[in-house]
Design a protein around this ligand. Structure first.
Ligand SMILES: *Cc1c(COP(=O)(O)O)cnc(C)c1O
Ligand code: SF4
Length: 340
């Protein structure tokens, strides 16, 4: 009884924390001691609070506490700040850069790579990353979760050779415990999986979501689970995030990180090297460093391939090999991510 009521209270607390996230610019800038005038290129007044109708400003308080007050170029702020230039077309930058719509994203199940299937569980996130390649998805057009799960698990049961299920989104850990437990139970019932993977930013964006109850749900599975978090800058890994990652590691999960190479956020070798070391301090191994997907609205983050390669070469000289991520780009239709 005691455990249960404590679990309920923790559930309430991550939901409260999510409800208290910043969704408009004025209170965010006030919290950071920043005048709008110090942020040239902000989305114009009117559009300012929304950024864009379907992809408004959103960032949790945990991440805002990790930003440097008074710094208009803070690398965590850059990731979530809507700029006017997002509205301008840039050559080559399109709504669906990975052609996921054609690959089946409308049903929520993506089967692009051999042996792996990716399930989009929810469209909700705890923060809106301006460079997100799924930022233009009409997630509201997805059928309700139960119907999608029925269809996805029917497809999975009929598909030979899927040994890894990847839960993605949005952020799959924004589902509540009961729904996640059900997804994992259905995945177990398939009988064919060898492992499961979860893509999430919540350990750093909403660490209170990593409750003991959630850790138990994840630990009780018959196959190993890899959790791939996404951090782009070492300051995203504060004390709360590290504690959440420790709880996950103690539950037997393998922890990996993917980053996106972003101009003005992490496009220098010192930051990338510090990220690798900070990740390892938290029990996480660097996995991928992605070249930006050319999604409309994200052109201001682009780093040229030649510079990306040079940065990685420098990181390779500074760090042990196991802390160097693989630099990759995703090409629509390719059989795997392409090393650069
Ligand atoms: C990236 C990706 C995967 C997983 O690729 P890994 O190289 O195994 O990490 C699977 N499905 C889709 C649709 C992806 O974009
Ligand atoms: S899906 Fe991931 S990258 Fe995209 S907005 Fe959500 S948390 Fe950010």
């Amino acid at each position: 009884m005691v455990t249960r009521s404590r679990a309920l209270c923790q559930t309430a607390s991550w939901r409260d924390e999510l409800a208290a996230a910043y969704r408009t610019l004025p209170p965010l800038l006030a919290a950071l001691d920043l005048e709008p005038e110090r942020l040239p290129g902000l989305a114009p007044a009117g559009a300012r609070d929304l950024g864009e109708r379907r992809f408004p400003l959103l960032v949790t308080r945990t991440l805002v506490r990790a930003m440097r007050r008074g710094d208009p170029r803070d690398p965590i702020l850059r990731q979530v700040l809507p700029l006017a230039s997002e509205q301008q077309p840039a050559p080559g930058f399109v709504a669906d850069p990975l052609a996921e719509r054609a690959a089946g994203a409308d049903s929520g199940l993506l089967r692009k790579y051999r042996g792996r299937a990716l399930l989009l569980l929810t469209s909700a996130c705890a923060l809106h990353c301006r460079y997100c390649f799924r930022r233009h998805f009409r997630h509201d057009a997805l059928p309700p979760l139960t119907a999608r799960l029925d269809a996805a698990f029917d497809q999975l049961a009929a598909a030979p050779g899927i040994d890894e299920l990847i839960l993605s989104g949005g952020d799959p850990l924004l589902l509540d415990d009961a729904a996640l437990d059900q997804v994992l139970a259905r995945a177990t019932a398939l009988g064919s999986l060898r492992r499961l993977r979860i893509h999430t930013r919540l350990p750093l964006a909403l660490p209170s979501r990593i409750t003991p109850a959630l850790c138990r749900i994840l630990a009780e599975r018959p196959w190993p689970i890899a959790m791939v978090i996404q951090t782009n800058h070492p300051r995203e890994l504060g004390d709360e995030a590290r504690a959440a990652l420790e709880r996950l590691a103690a539950s037997g999960l393998t922890l990996l990180n993917q980053s996106v190479l972003l101009r003005g956020v992490n496009d220098d070798a010192g930051t990338l090297a510090a990220l690798g070391e900070t990740l390892f301090d938290s029990g996480v191994l660097p996995y991928y460093l992605h070249q930006l997907d050319p999604v409309q609205g994200a052109a201001h983050f682009q780093v040229a391939d030649a510079r990306a390669r040079a940065l990685l070469a420098e990181v390779r000289e500074r760090l042990p090999g196991y802390l160097v991520p693989r630099l990759v780009r995703e090409h629509p239709g390719a059989r795997a991510k392409t090393p650069l």
